[in-house]
Write a protein that binds this ligand. Structure first.
Ligand code: BG6
Length: 485
């Protein structure tokens, strides 16, 4: 704990993200004694509310870690007493100036750092940044702003957003958050690769046949159709969450663990990637059934919408390490399960001595390393093993590291790690503007083509495994999706 003051202002405090993720994460940090002794939290939004009403709303979503329930009630009360509310318009300099006075009053003339978390729709990003930086930035310490995606809809709008933000903020004040980078298993990806001799030398086209990044949710866009329909699954999940994981997965060894060194390597991967083509993508949209509404039956979605709620894509990195290796992505809503995982399928052992003892397809007998990001975090390696007994029959088994068994302590939410990093000025897990540009370059031509040609998505039933087209796409590259075999 340091002696300087810290204020965290959650702009858009009455929204869902703030209630479900940001306030609970701040409470968890407070509970773990990770926040400075002198800290306050301000909620800022248009809704009229008193401090007490904000506290009442927040208190409904705060929870204590299972392993730390003692004193939890007292800690919660202490935390809530540090939460305040200011009601204002997002584009009003005057309202932000009022916030500034309230902050100053709490800061009491001491060195003060201010963090703003913009949890608001993209059309008001720039206005709020202008007002917050102009009227409510810290005069004695740092001012940082966390921004949430969407960072534009394509290369041009993203570049325009970056330009506008940079009128008011320096790049090192902007923390573009991608909450997947704060997930435990994603953080662990580099540890697994770079600190284990059994993996590091294998991490290339010489030994890896393909890599799969899979995201699925077992619910639709219920209630979020208005936002989602303007973006679709490619912009919502692939261009950011899955692509960020891919870049971490595929980067060369960074010079150090310093944020700039890591992000330099990620940018190189993104710049070496081929722009996605229509023939390397399958899109889908869920339809309803007896008990579920289809995507276009959602009242907030136009009933002729072609927005994909599912997509599968084959991507390629044209560099020496990954030449020819398909990196497959699959993301979808309203599927049969909720899961996020990374699957690495290795090549066959050349001239496998035991071919005839498998009694199964050799394709299924390759090693596969799986990082299950959620739920039930795990890392497992599929190996070939002798079935115990007098005969010689081979079987596929798992070496399994199940986090709930090995590390029974509750895993912090991604937002806790990322908020703490922003407070500490650690930029490693935030997206730099050149990374963002490179990421959009890969997807923008495809997104435009899908939209101008009005490509119809393949319909799939709510709760299914998604369109069969995804299997044909994988088969084109001699790949099977690891999650369905
Ligand atoms: C968000 C997307 O970024 O991530 C949502 O906008 C999605 O559509 C969410 O549901 C998934 O996050 P998590 O952490 O619940 O897997």
């Amino acid at each position: 704990q340091t002696e300087s003051n810290l204020s965290v202002t959650v702009v858009g405090a009455s929204g869902d993200l703030a209630k479900k993720k940001i306030f609970p994460a701040l409470f968890a940090l407070f509970y773990e004694d990770c926040l400075p002794r002198n800290f306050v939290i301000f909620g800022y939004a248009r809704t009229k509310m008193t401090d007490e009403e904000l506290r009442e709303t927040i208190s409904r979503t705060l929870t204590c870690r299972i392993d730390k329930r003692e004193n939890c009630g007292d800690k919660m009360e202490e935390f809530l007493q540090r939460c305040f509310y200011h009601s204002g318009q997002y584009n009003s300099e005057e309202n932000f100036a009022e916030l500034d006075s309230k902050l100053k009053h709490k800061e009491d003339g001491k060195l003060s750092n201010r963090l703003f978390y913009l949890s608001i729709p993209p059309n008001i990003f720039v206005d709020s940044v202008r007002c917050a930086s102009g009227k409510a930035s810290s005069k004695t310490g740092w001012t940082r702003v966390i921004v949430e995606k969407p960072f534009g809809r394509d290369s041009e709008s993203s570049a325009e957003l970056t330009r506008s933000l940079k009128k008011y903020l320096a790049e090192d004040q902007i923390f573009r958050i991608d909450h997947y980078l704060g997930k435990e298993l994603v953080e662990n990806l580099s540890v697994l690769r770079f600190s284990n001799l059994v993996f590091e030398p294998l991490w290339s086209r010489n030994y890896i046949r393909n890599v799969q990044f899979i995201f699925s949710e077992d619910f639709g866009t219920e209630g979020r159709g208005g936002y989602f329909d303007n973006y679709g699954i490619i912009r919502d999940i692939m261009q950011n969450h899955l692509l960020q994981i891919l870049a971490l997965f595929a980067m060369e060894t960074p010079v150090s663990l310093d944020a700039e060194d890591i992000r330099n390597e990620k940018v190189k991967v993104l710049k070496s990637m081929r722009r996605l083509k229509l023939e390397d993508v399958v899109i889908g949209q869920y339809k309803g059934g007896k008990s579920y509404l289809g995507y276009t039956e959602d009242p907030t979605v136009p009933n002729d919408s072609l927005t994909p709620t599912f997509a599968a894509a084959a991507l390629f990195i044209d560099n020496a390490r990954w030449d020819g290796v398909p990196f497959l992505m699959k993301a979808g809503k309203a599927l049969n399960t909720r899961r996020a995982e990374i699957r690495v399928q290795f090549r066959h052992v050349p001239g496998n001595l035991y071919k005839k003892n498998f009694g199964m397809d050799m394709d299924k007998a390759t090693n596969e390393l799986v990082l299950r990001v959620q739920p039930d975090e795990a890392i497992y390696l599929k190996i070939n093993n002798k079935v115990p007994g007098l005969g010689m029959r081979l079987d596929r088994s798992d070496l399994n590291l199940l986090y709930s068994m090995r590390y029974p302590k509750e895993i912090p939410d991604a937002y806790e790690r990322l908020l703490l990093d922003a407070i500490e000025g650690e930029r490693r897990l935030f997206i730099r503007s050149d990374e963002l540009d490179a990421a959009w370059s890969i997807f923008t031509p495809l997104l435009k083509e899908l939209e101008t040609k009005k490509i119809a998505p393949e319909l799939y039933p709510y709760g299914s495994r998604g369109p069969v087209g995804a299997h044909y796409l994988a088969a084109k590259y001699n790949v099977r999706w690891g999650d369905v075999t």
